[in-house]
Design a protein around this ligand. Structure first.
Ligand SMILES: Nc1ncnc2c1ncn2[C@@H]1O[C@H](COP(=O)(O)OP(=O)(O)OP(=O)(O)O)[C@@H](O)[C@H]1O
Length: 238
């Protein structure tokens, strides 16, 4: 699980989050919602160890993030960003095999077990037929699935995604969220992802973390649906 303790972050004089203390539990699919520019990517990048310019503490499975060596963190936490990633010349199975890097031996050779994990990860995101293709000949949605497979192959207890559904079609969005829910429930993973899709957050997630005006609160999705808070923050009628 992820814990934030007195966590604050901002850029220059602008505070994005102030004195946030909360837990994002394991075994749950948790969505992160908030208006544009409120700091969702900044928060996810901080938890992934890519932005250390914060005060307070982030704990991953009880360990203070800043004390974790990168090799150990890579076995605990995977992160898929929003960036369009197209790695030319490498086959999809090789891209997904990068997720096995924290576990491969010192010369980086993958073993049969790693190959099985890679094949399973590709199959979980419906991309097994693309194993031998290179990403420069694939659509954004297909590339995004491969990057999600890479995170699954990393076999971590925490997985963070920044807008994982952004390039996927409607059935693909629901399939991905069902898969993430299954991984959270069946394998006890802590899965935390940002999204602008409120229907997915409210209907398919266990919990929803709401980022609004430097505060971050976490709710059970059902409780939030009935509270009217979402309509208030986003000024909409659901
Ligand atoms: N490196 C940076 N330096 C200065 N300001 C930044 C930097 N990165 C982001 N910001 C600003 O911080 C704010 C939060 O950015 P962030 O990308 O975390 O928001 P977000 O909630 O993920 O937004 P969106 O929903 O639009 O993706 C924005 O106003 C952005 O312009």
């Amino acid at each position: 699980m992820i814990e934030l303790k007195d966590f604050s972050i901002g850029y220059g004089a602008r505070r994005l989050l102030s004195d946030v203390s909360l837990s994002i539990p394991g075994g749950c699919l948790t969505a992160l919602v908030g208006r544009n520019g409120t700091g969702k990517s900044t928060l996810l990048r901080s938890i992934a160890g890519l932005n250390r310019n914060y005060s307070g503490d982030i704990l991953v499975d009880g360990n203070v993030l800043n004390h974790l060596p990168p090799q150990r963190l890579a076995k605990m936490l995977a992160f898929v960003s929003t960036e369009r990633t197209r790695i030319p010349y490498l086959k999809c199975e090789d891209v997904v095999a990068i997720g096995r890097a924290p576990y491969t031996n010192w010369i980086g050779h993958i073993q049969d077990m790693d190959r099985e994990i890679v094949a399973k990860a590709l199959s979980l995101v419906g991309m097994e037929a693309y194993a031998g293709r290179t990403m420069d000949t694939m659509s954004d949605g297909e590339c995004q699935r491969v990057m999600i497979a890479r995170a699954l192959a990393q076999d971590t207890s925490v997985i963070l995604f920044d807008e994982p559904t952004s390039f996927l079609d409607m059935p693909g969005r629901y399939e991905l969220c069902s898969l993430l829910g299954r991984l959270a429930h069946e394998e006890g993973k802590c899965i935390f992802f940002s999204t602008h899709e409120l229907d997915i957050a409210l209907k398919m997630c266990d919990k929803v973390a709401v980022l609004d005006s430097t505060s971050l609160e976490i709710y059970d999705a059902g409780e939030l649906r009935d509270s009217g808070l979402i309509e208030q923050i986003f000024s909409i009628n659901l």
